[in-house]
Ligand binder design. Sequence first.
Ligand code: NAD
Length: 290
Amino acid sequence: MTDQLLGFIGLGNMGGPMAVNLAAAGNPLICYDASGTAERAPEGAIHAAGSAEVAAKAAIVFLCLPDGPIANQVAGELMAAPDSIVEVVVDATTSGSAEARATHDMLAKAGIAYADAPVSGGASGARAGTLAMMVAAPDALFARLQPLLPPMAKNARHVGRRPGQGMAMKLLNNFLSGMAMAATSEAMAFGAAQGLDMATIIDTISVSSGKNTAITDKFPNRILPERYDSGFATRLMTKDLRLYVDSCKELNAPHNLSETLLRQVWGRMFEAMPDSDFTEVYPFTLDKDS
Ligand code: NAD
């Protein structure tokens, strides 16, 4: 907790509840969201008219924006604001490592520190404050930020010291998560074709070696009840997997599975329904021409 005003820009499915938890822990906030701050900001927070007003009033600014190019643009606005007092930008957006490095390098020219700090745990984790946060920052910067993180991210981890390493951790996580979602859907279809009951599959695999978050959360809580309310959009899953595959190619790292997953499942779903919740993927795993 701090007495100093903290900035928070991007109050969507993730940033909205993260800001609520930060404020509920007693941190004074100044917030901004391009789609409407008043409807999204936590109670008691100052509503800024734009990024420049946040920059003029907050030394530490959190970003939780749709993608890397937007985060880079907003970081640029914070830097260029005429009366900016920004010292640190903490970027909880999922960008690629290259985008994070570019934002870091741009801000460094103005003496502003940058930590990439993407999150995992979905909108429900954001509401509960149980997110994992994957922070890449020099030791001293992490030590400065660490006391602020627990209300938003019970599971904050200092994963590296170089800019972009937090994003790398997040992208590999989302490859695993996207694979688990698609593979579990295919396995469910197999089970159903064998006459197995879906609830029984979930109950059994939840205590077996095939256990994953699609089995323990997405299928029982969001897919079987037909709620499809994870709060994670298909366009975001596809963006993350594309960033992962592109990074693998740049590094000459193996990407057979991730590229197939992108082409056969998430890319096709993105073409058909980009704004859907990613838990609606089931039909796209059944038949590659469906
Ligand atoms: P979202 O689309 O719900 O929220 C993004 C918010 O940013 C929106 O409210 C939008 O109005 C605002 N915004 C866009 N451009 C802006 C600008 N120039 N200035 C100010 N505000 C602007 O997205 P989300 O689901 O909250 O995801 C945010 C980030 O977190 C993404 O990078 C996503 O990949 C990542 N993420 C999402 C989830 C999830 O389950 N939704 C989980 C982990 C990580």
